[in-house]
Design a binder for this molecule. Structure first.
Ligand code: B12
Ligand code: SF4
Length: 508
């Protein structure tokens, strides 16, 4: 019998541009779903862009190219796509999820995945294996009505979208972590999932309701979670980050997770630490069990919590539709601090409607809660992302001033108060000076560097962060004193604090 020559497949993971090494679990998760008889070790190559060392692959050697996009990867993606003419190319990841329509308009030959790849990768690859041309491939996808797909379709003379859907997490096994050894060797972050989505799912700026098609929080099985934690520990991981939007989820989930971790770490001589994201609302909903849950978490090694506080102003929290008040935020921060949690806070200081009073509320909140002495970045501007409630609101109010920035996935917008616009433009200038260094320092702090190196990096990062705080405080105070705020005022306050931080020049 003559064996049909297998098609060669190249899977490229576009890495993030930050210094930190983050385990690319998206690749592991998807490889699990490949039709193994058609695509396996013999004909699949994975290229991790910018991961450890430049890996050179010849695109000409491949018939099918899969691309997993990341924020800021569009320019490299473009270069690659231009080299893929005539090949079957499937592009997934966050750029395709958020800008599938725009991308399909620019690249009529490419097929875009607009959601969880587990829903379609098997069928897509079966179709790709038997298609001789891109048109045949598209026809098969169309006829089979494969979900989460978007491409230019000539018979429709426009963009074809299939239904968007999520996969069933309860049937999933844990993925093999292909890059685990390299990540550990390079002091990167080992990652895994215990759930996807968010129990609240209603913040006006959040893209999760779109990514997960309106589905709220869903958990993997305890068996998958236990097997994966055990496997990671057995293979040398001593710090594990949950990539979940909300790894706590609810009382049952966090209790089960703590028991699993306790069981998996029982025989370990070295301490294993864990961290992940959650929300104030989720912690608040634990009610009377909050203290015991936090204690339990800390006892088993869950010591790092990322929490999207976003604001210390009630009016701003209402606009963000966080479902919590500034007081609730404050109470939860105090609880986390009292349990010795290391907290990193998400904060959105500027949106189109921010007022000077809200700015002051936020600064007071940051001071009062002790967050000022953490390395979280507070002076952030809202990223208006496609498919979010706030984007629709801004469109209806005529505030959006640009097309979608496909590389960074945001739209520009104007501010209602020109003073806030002015202050925010200086914050952007400050970011130009400090962001690169901050990312480097942040990566160093989260790495396995020596304690002395970490402490020095921490001190420097605190100083950089504090420049932003002091600049904003200076602007608020100046306005309160003069009842006006000119460009010269803001410029001189800015120059002052730039010097304090020993940061670059004061060009703006
Ligand atoms: C982990 C993470 C990071 C890590 C990266 C780790 C890594 N190596 O991937 C770090 C910390 C570096 C990071 C940084 C940033 N991130 Co981030 N990140 C995440 C997070 C929490 C999880 C991603 C993840 O691993 N999920 C688990 C895997 C299994 O899912 P996945 O990667 O999405 O892959 C699935 C699908 O996309 C699809 N898929 C992916 N590739 C492919 C390829 C093909 C061919 C197919 C068919 C399917 C497919 O199938 C996969 C399985 O379902 C997401 C939130 C989220 N849930 O998406 C935010 C998220 C993607 N990040 C976000 C942001 C904003 C950022 C930053 C800009 C933050 C900042 N201000 O610095 C930076 C960007 C950095 C840069 N430009 O360099 C936003 C993007 C929002 C938006 N639309 O703009 C998100 C959605 C968080 C949020 N809620 O706002 N991030
Ligand atoms: S709590 Fe977080 S994940 Fe949930 S909707 Fe709000 S921003 Fe999104």
């Amino acid at each position: 019998m003559v064996e049909i020559e297998k098609k060669q497949l190249l899977f490229i993971n576009m890495e993030y541009t930050q210094n930190e090494i983050n385990e690319p679990i998206n690749i592991d998760v998807l490889l699990q779903c490949f039709p193994q008889d058609l695509f396996n070790r013999s004909n699949v190559t994975i290229a991790y862009r910018d991961f450890f060392e430049r890996q050179s692959v010849k695109l000409n050697d491949y018939d099918i190219v899969l691309l997993s996009t990341k924020i800021s990867s569009f320019y490299e993606v473009k270069t690659l796509l231009n080299l893929c003419t005539g090949k079957i190319v499937i592009v997934g990841g966050i750029l395709a999820i958020c800008a599938g329509y725009e991308l399909a308009t620019i690249y009529p030959e490419i097929v875009f995945n607009t959601g969880e790849g587990e829903t379609n990768i098997y069928d897509l690859l079966c179709a790709a294996a038997i298609s001789q041309t891109v048109d045949q491939f598209k026809l098969l996808i169309f006829n089979k009505n494969i979900p989460n797909i978007c491409f230019y379709y000539e018979p429709l003379r426009g963009i074809y979208h299939s239904e968007r859907a999520v996969c069933n997490l309860r049937t999933k096994r844990y993925p093999y972590h292909h890059k685990l050894a390299d990540v550990i060797e390079n002091a990167g972050l080992v990652r895994m999932e215990t759930s996807r989505g968010c129990p609240w799912n209603k913040c006006s700026f959040c893209v999760m309701p779109w990514k997960f098609c309106g589905e709220t929080w869903r958990a993997f099985t305890n068996k998958k979670i236990e097997d994966e934690i055990q496997y990671l520990i057995d293979h040398g991981a001593n710090r594990i980050f949950f990539t979940d939007e909300d790894f706590i989820g609810n009382y049952e989930h966090i209790t089960a997770l703590c028991s699993i971790i306790k069981k998996c770490t029982a025989a370990c001589k070295l301490a294993i630490s864990f961290g992940g994201s959650t929300s104030v609302l989720t912690l608040h909903k634990l009610g009377n069990s909050l203290d015991s849950c936090l204690q339990n978490m800390h006892d088993v090694g869950i010591t790092h919590i990322f929490i999207g506080i976003e604001s210390g102003s009630d009016s701003q929290l209402l606009r963000y539709n966080k479902g919590v008040s500034a007081l609730m935020n404050e109470a939860i921060i105090a609880k986390l601090q009292s349990h010795g949690m290391e907290i990193d806070v998400g904060f959105i200081m500027f949106d189109a409607d921010t007022t000077i009073e809200e700015l002051e509320d936020n600064l007071n909140f940051i001071q009062r809660t002790g967050l000022r002495s953490t390395i979280s970045r507070f002076a952030k501007k809202l990223r208006v992302t496609p498919h979010t409630a706030i984007y629709k609101d801004y469109v209806s109010r005529g505030l959006i001033t640009s097309d979608l920035n496909i590389d960074e996935l945001y739209y520009d917008y104007t501010f209602i108060d020109p003073k806030i616009e002015l202050i925010c433009s200086y914050i952007n200038a400050l970011d130009v000076h400090v962001l690169k260094e901050s990312y480097y320092l942040q990566a160093l702090i989260r790495s396995a560097a020596t304690e002395l190196e970490k402490a020095t990096a921490y001190k420097r990062l605190l100083l950089l962060r504090d420049c932003g705080y002091l600049f904003l405080r200076g602007c608020v105070n100046c306005y309160k004193k003069k009842e006006t705020l000119s460009k010269d005022d803001v410029h001189s306050i800015y120059s002052n604090y730039l010097r304090l931080g020993g940061i670059g020049t004061d060009e703006h």
